[in-house]
Write a protein that binds this ligand. Structure first.
Ligand SMILES: [Zn+2]
Ligand SMILES: [Zn+2]
Length: 665
């Protein structure tokens, strides 16, 4: 994708079908799209994010029938539920509209009329099942029978749920009406077909344009074209929940004709509400880049039907169709029977952690690349990714830096120059990150940011600001200025992925971050209150959602093993704060975080460690020790340390990144 490409974007994701709830698979796509949009806006580009519910077709009609409500009632409820779910994950649509709108009817009629004018529409008589009792033709979901392939009974007229075969309703054995159960008759019906083959040359040119499709998808689509493009039936017999085809008594547009037109009609609605015209985005001269994000199951519609519809009405063609893989849970396809079909609202209600939606965005970001390979959400990996990068790395750098500034520099980033080497490293990282965002290679963004966080923590640790502040405060100031600017840069780089967490950095710095703010600029800057940026995710947090996939581990008590050692609950903890205990030479009072719990622990290591040396460190503690009182202070655990000489100790710390709250055994 050229770097100096148009700075106006119209971005869409696939329209969710109104006959079902939003699940994590929908969210994967919504997050992928939302990150793209937020990145473009961060760069100062205009990006309009358009979505709608896809509301027509037989599954909606049949569901409404079963629930004794009208299709209109069904889609109204779905719209409310869908918008609530997306909003909970910070998906920032400009509009979330519906395909059951007058705008959509208008564009569907216009596009069909233009296809007809251009000689692409033909009519054929076909044989179809018809129920005399219900007075209707029986398309796909309105008919059941025996699968022609595997002979499974009670399969719908379009696809066999037992073997996955697809076929025509007329292929079914023992067909029955799905509404009344009676045997249908065969009846002739006339339908409209679009002759895609006439557009072969145009489609070949379209898919060959650089950037329109990923390489594997381009090959895939080219194969379809090479095999010969079949006619596409765009009509259904009434009654049908959808738009009647003008000039017919009882023919309706097939849902797949008007669904993608929802991109156009939702833009139109948004334009009306915002003083724009649809031509500002959908005219070929508008200079707008149309960007679609879709799953690999609907490539045929978006790469073949959709451009033909647009072209014949002289609308702007997609610049990019980004295709992603499916979401698996714990290495397996999402499945209702295995309990891995996870709905957005269950994710919210079962994981009580306040930052859980933001963490899911981050996790998807850390997995997403411009590839159509499936993506796996494994509970353990989810927790580790979040804790390793966000909590232990970036959250730690943020916490130790700003707590230090609060204490020694009077709640300010001190007035001092920054480390030029680190500023230059950030500059070159920014160039890489920019490229990765443009290419939707979000995974590499996360890797690069993680490396920057490691760099910052190592710099902090090696520079020993807690010593310098006493011997050479000017130098300690340089370290704080450098780390604070590095955190600002990291917040810029992650803002499209985790806008909520980065918002807390913005509040602290008192500025709204845009892309160019990755450059080092802060010095002598007052700070608002230091908020805890990231609270780690624990087994206990995620167990209610993933169930057996992540067995809950008792935080304290619940020691059922006979082995005496196993009754000691050893945990990795992070030191949040440390101070000397008055009138004691040996004791330090530590505030530690064990997973999402906070404890106060007294440790006899004051002769070996200055308090600041411990802040941010990962340590090992006994978590199930009965609380005790030492010199009038409560101690709720014990810190493990090795004696290196009389009264001298080194604390035990994990060899590599470990998660606060992790069990030690
Ligand atoms: Zn079958
Ligand atoms: Zn019937």
């Amino acid at each position: 994708m050229p770097r100096n490409a148009a700075n106006k974007f119209l971005v869409t994701m696939a329209l969710p079908y109104a006959n079902g709830d939003i699940h994590l698979g929908h969210l994967l796509e919504a997050v992928q799209t939302d990150i793209f949009v937020r990145y473009q806006r961060l760069r100062g580009n205009e990006a309009v994010y358009v979505c709608a519910d896809d509301t027509h077709g037989t599954p909606i009609e049949l569901s409404a029938l079963k629930r004794c409500i009208t299709p209109d009632e069904l889609i109204a409820q779905a719209h409310k539920d869908h918008l609530r779910d997306y909003t909970a994950f910070n998906i920032g649509f400009d509009i979330f509209y519906t395909t059951n709108s007058e705008e959509n009817r208008g564009y569907a009629e216009l596009i069909f009329e233009n296809l007809r004018k251009n000689g692409l529409v033909v009519e054929h008589e076909i044989n179809q099942y018809y129920c005399e009792h219900d007075k209707r033709f029986l398309p796909d979901r309105f008919i059941t029978g025996t699968c022609p392939k595997c002979k499974a009974e009670k399969q719908y007229g379009d696809v066999c749920e037992a073997c996955g075969a697809t076929y025509e309703p007329t292929d079914l054995g023992d067909p029955l009406c799905a509404v009344c159960g009676k045997r249908p008759a065969m009846k002739q019906s006339k339908h409209f077909y679009v002759q895609l083959a006439k557009c072969e040359k145009f489609l070949r040119e379209f898919v060959a344009k650089p950037g329109v499709l990923q390489d594997d998808m381009r090959n895939f689509v080219s194969t379809w074209i090479n095999e010969g493009l079949r006619e596409w039936c765009v009509s259904r017999d009434g009654p049908y929940f959808g738009f009647r085809i003008p000039g017919t008594k009882d023919k309706f547009f097939y849902v797949w004709l008007d669904a993608p037109i929802g991109y156009l009609s939702s833009t139109d609605r948004w334009c009306k509400d915002n003083g724009r015209t649809v031509g500002d985005y959908w005219s070929p001269q508008s200079g707008t880049r149309i960007v679609h994000f879709i799953g690999k199951d609907i490539v045929y519609f978006h790469a073949l039907f959709w451009p033909v519809m647009l072209k014949n009405s002289d609308f702007n063609l997609p610049s990019n169709i980004f295709v992603h893989g499916f979401l698996n849970i714990g290495g397996e396809k999402m499945s209702k029977s295995r309990g891995t079909f996870i709905l957005a609202r269950d994710f919210i209600s079962k994981i009580k952690h306040p930052q859980a939606p933001e963490y899911l965005r981050f996790f998807f970001g850390a997995k997403l690349a411009p590839s159509t390979a499936d993506i796996d959400l494994a509970p353990g990996e989810f927790m580790n990714r979040v804790n390793t990068t966000l909590a232990n790395n970036i959250g730690n750098l943020h916490h130790r830096t700003f707590v230090f500034c609060d204490r020694y520099f009077n709640k300010k980033i001190p007035a001092a120059p920054w480390d030029k080497t680190i500023a230059a490293e950030v500059e070159s990282a920014a160039a890489e990150i920019e490229r990765w965002y443009e290419e939707t290679e979000y995974k590499s963004v996360v890797e690069q940011v993680h490396a920057l966080g490691n760099r910052g923590n190592k710099y902090y640790q090696d520079s020993k600001p807690w010593e310098l502040v006493k011997t050479d405060p000017d130098k300690a100031a340089v370290i704080m200025v450098t780390c604070a600017n590095l955190i600002k840069a990291i917040a810029v780089f992650l803002k499209p992925m985790i806008p909520g967490i980065c918002g807390s950095v913005e509040r602290q710095l008192g500025m709204k971050l845009s892309w160019n703010d990755y450059r080092f600029s802060l010095s002598d800057t007052p700070l608002a209150v230091t908020e805890k940026l990231v609270l780690p995710l624990t087994d206990e947090d995620i167990a209610p959602l993933f169930g057996a996939a992540a067995p809950p581990q008792a935080m304290a008590g619940g020691m059922i093993d006979i082995d005496a050692f196993k009754s000691v609950d050893l945990r990795v903890a992070r030191v949040l704060a440390a101070e000397k205990v008055e009138k004691s030479k040996k004791l330090l009072r530590l505030q530690v975080e064990i997973g999402n719990q906070r404890r106060q622990i007294l440790a006899g290591i004051a002769e070996s460690y200055a308090p600041d040396q411990l802040v941010g460190k990962l340590v090992i503690v006994v978590a199930n020790l009965k609380p005790a009182s030492l010199m009038g202070h409560k101690s709720e655990g014990m810190l493990l340390a090795a004696e290196t000489g009389p009264g001298r100790f080194v604390v035990l710390t994990p060899d590599d990144d470990a998660v606060s709250g992790a069990r030690v055994s």
